[in-house]
Design a protein around this ligand. Structure first.
Ligand SMILES: [Fe+2]
Ligand SMILES: [Fe+2]
Length: 269
């Protein structure tokens, strides 16, 4: 308890903040979250689908797991890209501790991009794949919980329901047109990630189309797989363009965890 007239210390302020903060999104109704169009409702819906797909990935093996991972990636990467370009900049603008809050989340996104890029390069049957899948699953769960329990309730405090609905519609629009695959070399912050959006979305979505055709028409599989590899190489080159690697802060530029991941890879091989 703070004595009357005295200044509460940081620990006390954190405790007051914890007690007065909005509850997690999980415990709120759609109306409390601002209605069906609200960013918070849209986020919670995607996170529920994420949890379901993570369970399918954990319970399956071989081609069934590969198919579940593909569905998971198509959900996760556009969702995260739209957060990084649309939602976190707003959070930084309206909250005094927005920098600190979003940086942790961007680090989780960066780690997922790096680990998933390694997963794409790891051959089927390698024991490293199971380790990567489980680390990606743990990171994605932690990211969704951080958002539902901390970041998004804080945003809810700062914005009106109308603003949450407008932000939700913008986020959805960006999510529909965003890149669909991991890109560990582009910045997780503007301007790099915004500049990377269009070229990488075109390349990723073309590859998604080729992969679908290869699955539906086995006779075309060789041609489609070859073309998809060429597009992957182009995307890899695009990621290295310096303007796409520029973030607002050094800590949000790519490659921060590459050394750690490479170290883990070396230990595993
Ligand atoms: Fe999210
Ligand atoms: Fe996220």
């Amino acid at each position: 308890m703070t004595a009357p007239g005295s200044t509460p210390d940081l620990q006390q302020l954190r405790e007051i903040d914890r007690r007065t903060r909005r509850p997690s999104l999980t415990g709120q109704t759609v109306d409390q979250l601002g209605g069906r169009a609200s960013l918070l409702v849209r986020q919670r819906r995607d996170h529920a689908e994420l949890d379901r797909l993570l369970q399918v990935v954990a319970d399956s093996r071989g081609s069934e797991q590969d198919a579940a991972l593909t569905r998971l990636g198509r959900l996760v990467f556009p969702h995260a890209y739209a957060e990084e370009t649309v939602v976190w900049p707003v959070l930084r603008a309206v909250l005094s501790d927005g920098e600190e809050l979003t940086e942790r989340n961007e680090q989780e996104h960066q780690d997922v991009n790096e680990l998933w890029s390694e997963l794409d390069r790891t051959p089927p049957g390698s024991p490293r794949r199971d380790e990567l899948v489980s680390r990606i699953g743990a990171l994605l769960s932690a990211d969704a919980r951080d958002e539902e329990d901390v970041l998004l309730p804080r945003l809810q405090d700062a914005l009106t329901p109308g603003q949450l609905r407008r932000l939700g519609r913008t986020w959805q629009l960006v999510r529909w047109t965003a890149p669909t695959r991991p890109h560990a070399r582009v910045s997780r912050r503007p301007p790099g990630n915004v500049l990377s959006g269009l070229p990488l979305a075109v390349l990723d979505r073309s590859r998604d189309g080729l992969d679908r055709t290869a699955r539906r028409a086995p006779a075309l599989s060789g041609v489609c797989t070859g073309a998809s590899r060429v597009l992957a190489a182009v995307a890899g080159a695009v990621e290295h363009l310096p303007p796409l690697q520029r973030g607002e802060r050094a800590s949000t530029r790519p490659g921060r965890t590459e050394a750690a991941v490479a170290g883990a890879g070396r230990r595993a091989t």
